[in-house]
Design a binder for this molecule. Structure first.
Ligand code: ZN
Length: 61
């Protein structure tokens, strides 16, 4: 939950959203709590790399 479905999504986006990128199962099937946590960690690590690079210029946060 938390996502609004407007019906405006294209088929490609819808297909991407419907399949979990971690376990490759349909997102409306099974439990993807761990998958979302893995994804968040990946994003967090990626953002941290970016912020580390920026911190050289902008300082902490
Ligand atoms: Zn999953």
């Amino acid at each position: 939950m938390g996502m609004t479905s407007t019906g405006k999504l294209s088929a490609g986006v819808l297909e991407f959203m419907a399949i979990c990128d971690q376990c490759k199962r349909p997102r409306n099937t099974g439990n993807h709590t761990k998958c979302s946590k893995i994804r968040q960690r990946i994003h967090a690590a990626h953002n941290q790399q970016c912020s580390n690079a920026r911190s050289m210029q902008r300082g902490d946060k």
